[in-house]
Structures are given as structure tokens and as C-alpha cells.
Design a protein around this ligand. Structure first.
Ligand code: FEO
Length: 172
């Protein structure tokens, strides 16, 4: 695998881990305010981001490279409102999307077909992630990010299942 691609993949690995770290910090903020549904959703999202990071980690090694783990920036731990927290998450996802698109373009330029195939998966995943966050933000704006509206949304977010698991009864 060429060095430029490997470097770009390592940067993406770091970005996914940064997202995982940021969402866990958001889960902590929500947990501290007894918003257990929001906390659950963010924790699940954090796990999902770790999965995204590990997918790249494995891909780098499958292609005879080596993953590099650098320091992660300290995540934000204070948000004015739940709405602001989800808006910060969407902003982060947009940065991730831009980075994924850049790497895909680079893979085209370098005729690196395996990276193109892998990043098609990430491109689709980003559409889904931005959609989910936009829906939550719209709902928060619609019913209000406080009081009964927030209570209802928090309950709904509590129903999130890990990726690939069907919706159903509480398992715990
Ligand atoms: Fe893995 Fe949400 O980007």
C-alpha cells in the first residue's frame, strides 16, 4: 500500500477514535443530568465509532501496513443544552464525511481499488449517521429541548440498539 494512502488511513483512524472519545464524553454529560436515553444513544454511538476505527485498523494490517495511534484531543464535556450537544455531534460527523470523501478521491487518484471499496462503505455509513443526527435535532427543535418534549425524546433514544441488532424488547 502506498505511503500517502497509509498516512491518510491513519488520519482517518484517529478521526474515528476522536469521534468515539467525543461521544463517550457526551454520554457522560447526559448521564450526569439523568438523561439516560441520550446517554445510552451516545454511548452506543461511541461504540460504533470504535468499530469504524477498528475496521480501518484491520484494513491497514491486511495490507501489510502498520496502524499508528497518536494522542487524541480532549473532548468537549460541557454543553448548554441537549440540542447543542447533538448539533456538536452533527458538526463532527460533517468533518468526518469531508475526510472520508477526501480519502476516496485520493484512492481514485492513486488507483487504490481496495481502499475505494472500503470507503464506499464509509460513504454510505456517513449518509446514515448524518441522517440520524439531523432527525434527532429536528425532533428536538420541534417538540422542544426541555420539559416534556425532552423527556419524550430521551425515552425514544433509550431504544437504540447496537448496529445490526433488531429493535425489540429491553434485553437488560
Ligand atoms: Fe465513523 Fe460517525 O463517523
Amino acid at each position: 500500500m502506498n505511503e500517502t494512502i497509509q498516512q491518510a488511513l491513519n488520519e482517518q483512524l484517529r478521526l474515528e477514535l476522536t469521534a468515539s472519545h467525543a461521544y463517550l464524553a457526551m454520554a457522560a454529560w447526559a448521564e450526569a443530568r439523568n438523561l439516560s436515553g441520550c446517554a445510552h444513544w451516545m454511548r452506543a454511538q461511541s461504540e460504533e465509532e470504535r468499530g469504524h476505527a477498528l475496521k480501518i485498523f484491520d484494513f491497514i494490517h491486511d495490507r501489510d501496513g502498520q496502524a499508528r495511534l497518536g494522542a487524541l484531543p480532549e473532548p468537549g464535556s460541557s454543553f448548554g443544552t441537549v440540542l447543542e450537544m447533538f448539533e456538536a455531534a452533527l458538526e463532527h460527523e460533517r468533518k468526518v464525511t469531508a475526510s472520508i470523501n477526501r480519502i476516496y478521491s485520493l484512492a481514485l487518484q492513486e488507483s487504490d481499488y481496495p481502499t475505494q471499496v472500503l470507503f464506499q462503505w464509509y460513504i454510505n455509513e456517513q449518509v446514515e449517521e448524518e441522517k440520524q443526527l439531523t432527525q434527532i435535532i429536528d425532533q428536538l427543535r420541534l417538540v422542544g429541548a426541555e420539559g416534556v418534549g425532552l423527556y419524550m425524546i430521551d425515552r425514544e433514544l433509550a431504544g437504540r440498539r447496537p448496529e445490526g441488532e433488531p429493535e425489540g424488547d429491553e434485553e437488560e
